[in-house]
Design a protein. Structure first.
Lengths: 242, 241
C-alpha cells in the first residue's frame, strides 16, 4: 500500500533523512518510534507530500508521491492524517470540520456529508458535540474529531504523527481506544508514537529511527523481544522505564 | 463661537456653509468607501501572495508593499495625479475624457486604494503566518487544493485575527482622505479650509470638521467591533495554536 524506497531529504545543508526504506502493506499497522529529532515527523509527512524529498521514491497505492504530474490533492484525499496538535479548523463547528472536505473535495452533497459525519461522530463517541466548536472541546475530544475528520474521506490508509503526545495523560486512552478499534478493523496505519502499549497491542511491525536513519524495521515480536541494534535497546529501556 | 455662520450663504455658492461641509463629507465618505474596497481586495491578494511557497510571488508582494509604504502619501497623490497619466499614454487619453472632479475622485480612490492595500497586505500576511504551518498542512491533508486551503481554512481565521489592526487601517484611511485636498478634490478638509479662508471663522470651521472626523472614525470603529463580535469563534483563544 505504502512503499518508501531510499528516501533522503535535506533542509539546506542539513540531512534530515538518510536512505530510508520501509513499507506498509494493506491492513498492516506499522509503528514508528525513535528519539526526538530523529526525523519521524518528517518521514511520515513525506508520505502524503506535506514535505518534499530530494531522493528516492514513495508510492501510495501505486501512485508515485514525488512525481511531477501527480495530482497531490487527489492523492492526499485518499490518505488520512492525524496531527500532534489536532489542527481542527477552529472557525468551523465539529460537524463542519467533518463535512468541509467531503463536500469540497469529494463532491458529496451536504446531506450525504452530514450523514457520514454523524455516523463517525457516533463512532468516536462524540455524537452530542456536533454543533460545538473545537475550542469548546477537551484535547482528547478534539483528537477524536480529528480522527473522524480523516475517516470521513474514506481513506485507504491513515497516518498518525504522535496523536497522543499533546494530551493530558487521562485523555490518552480515549484516543488510543479509537485507534485500536481502527487497527482491528483492518485499517492500514502508519503511526508515529511512543505509546508502546499501543504498539504491543496492535502493531504488526515497529520501525525505529535515529538521526534520520531507519535503524530497525522488525516484526513487533522481534522488536520487543530483542532489538538487534544497541541504539534501539537503549531507546526501549529508556521509554519503558516510565 | 457662533453657530450662525453655518447658516450663512457661501459667496458665489449655491448653499450655506453647513451644506458645503456636508457635501465635502459626502466626497470624503465616497473616497474612503471605494478606496477601502479596492484596498481590501488588492491587499488580500498581495498578502496571500506573500505567504505562498512561490519565491517570485513573495518577492513581488514584498516589493509592492515596500514601494507603497516608503513613499510619502502626499507625494503619491501628486505622482498619480500629474505623473502617471504622462507615463502611460492610454491613461492620459482616458483622463482627458474625465471632467476635473472625476479625475480628482478617481485619483484619490486609486492612490488611497494602493497605499492602504500595501498596509492591509502586511496585516493579511502576518495573520496567515500567525496560523503557523499546521493549519495549512491540515487543509492539504484532507485533500483541499492550495486555493481551497486559503479560502476555507487560512483566510477565515486570518481575517478574524487581524480585525483590530484592520480597524486602525480603516480609521487611518478615513483620516488620509484629507490629503486629497492637495489635488483639489472638494472633500471635507478642502471645504473646511475654504470656509476658514473666506469667512476667517477658522475656529468654527475646524471645530466642525474635527467633530465630523471624530464621529466617522468612531462609527467605523463601532462597525468593526460589531463585525468582530459577530464572527467571534466560540471557545477560540488567540494564540492557543
Ligand atoms: N523546517 C525545518 N527546517 C530545518 N530543520 C528542520 C525543519 N523541520 C525539522 N527540522 C529538523 O529535522 C530533524 C527531524 O525533525 P522531525 O520533526 O522529523 O523529528 P521527530 O523525529 O518528529 O522529532 P519529535 O519526536 O521531536 O517530533 C530535527 O533535527 C529538526 O530540527
Ligand atoms: Mg515529530
Amino acid at each position: 500500500m505504502i512503499a518508501i524506497n531510499n528516501i533522503s531529504k535535506w533542509y539546506g545543508g542539513f540531512r534530515v533523512l538518510t536512505d530510508c526504506s520501509t513499507a506498509v502493506a494493506k491492513g498492516e499497522v506499522v509503528v514508528v518510534c525513535g528519539p526526538s529529532g530523529s526525523g519521524k515527523s518528517t518521514l511520515i509527512k513525506c508520505v502524503n507530500a506535506l514535505e518534499p524529498f530530494q531522493q528516492g521514491e514513495i508510492t501510495v497505492d501505486g501512485v508515485s508521491v514525488g512525481a511531477k504530474d501527480t495530482d497531490l490533492p487527489k492523492l492526499r484525499a485518499r490518505i488520512g492524517m492525524v496531527f500532534q496538535n489536532f489542527e481542527l479548523f477552529p472557525h468551523l463547528s465539529v460537524m463542519e470540520n467533518l463535512t468541509l472536505a467531503q463536500i469540497k473535495v469529494l463532491g458529496r452533497t451536504p446531506e450525504a456529508a452530514t450523514a457520514k459525519g454523524a455516523a463517525l461522530l457516533e463512532r468516536v463517541g462524540l455524537a452530542a458535540h456536533a454543533a460545538k466548536f473545537p475550542g469548546q472541546l477537551s484535547g482528547g475530544q478534539q483528537q477524536r474529531v480529528a480522527i473522524a475528520r480523516a475517516l470521513a474521506m474514506d481513506p485507504i490508509a491513515m497516518l498518525f504523527d504522535e496523536p497522543t503526545s499533546a494530551l493530558d495523560p487521562e485523555m490518552i486512552n480515549e484516543v488510543l481506544d479509537v485507534m485500536v478499534d481502527l487497527a482491528k478493523e483492518g485499517m492500514t496505519m502508519m503511526v508515529v508514537t511512543h505509546e508502546m502499549g499501543f504498539a504491543r497491542k496492535v502493531a504488526h511491525r515497529v520501525v525505529f529511527m535515529d538521526k534520520g536513519e531507519i535503524v530497525e524495521d522488525a516484526p513487533k515480536e522481534d522488536f520487543f523481544g530483542k532489538p538487534r541494534s544497541e541504539r534501539a535497546q537503549l531507546f526501549l529501556s529508556k521509554i519503558l522505564q516510565h | 463661537m457662533k453657530l450662525d455662520i453655518f447658516l450663512q450663504q457661501v459667496p458665489d455658492g449655491d448653499g450655506t456653509w453647513w451644506q458645503s461641509l456636508a457635501s465635502g463629507l459626502q466626497w470624503t465618505l465616497l473616497v474612503a468607501l471605494l478606496a477601502w474596497i479596492m484596498a481590501f481586495a488588492l491587499g488580500s491578494l498581495v498578502g496571500v501572495a506573500r505567504t505562498t511557497d512561490k519565491r517570485w510571488l513573495t518577492r513581488l508582494g514584498d516589493t509592492y508593499v515596500e514601494l507603497f509604504r516608503n513613499i510619502p502619501l502626499l507625494v503619491q497623490f501628486f505622482l498619480w495625479y500629474f505623473v502617471v497619466p504622462g507615463l502611460i499614454p492610454s491613461v492620459k487619453v482616458w483622463v482627458t475624457t474625465l471632467d476635473p472632479t472625476q479625475h480628482q475622485l478617481v485619483t484619490a480612490i486609486v492612490c488611497l486604494g494602493f497605499f492602504t492595500s500595501a498596509r492591509i497586505a502586511e496585516q493579511v500576511r502576518s495573520g496567515i503566518q500567525s496560523l503557523a504551518r499546521g493549519q495549512r498542512n491540515a487543509g492539504y491533508a484532507v485533500g483541499l487544493t492550495q486555493v481551497q486551503t486559503y479560502r476555507f481554512v487560512l483566510l477565515p481565521m486570518a481575517y478574524r485575527i487581524i480585525i483590530p489592526p484592520l480597524t486602525s487601517e480603516l480609521m487611518n484611511l478615513i483620516k488620509n482622505t484629507a490629503v486629497a485636498y492637495s489635488i483639489g478634490l472638494t472633500e471635507l478638509f478642502f471645504r473646511t479650509r475654504e470656509m476658514g479662508e473666506m469667512t476667517f471663522r477658522y475656529f468654527e470651521a475646524f471645530a466642525a470638521a474635527t467633530l465630523i472626523y471624530i464621529v466617522i472614525s468612531m462609527a467605523a470603529n463601532r462597525v468593526m467591533a460589531f463585525i468582530e463580535r459577530r464572527v467571534a469563534v466560540p471557545g477560540y483563544i488567540a494564540g492557543s495554536h
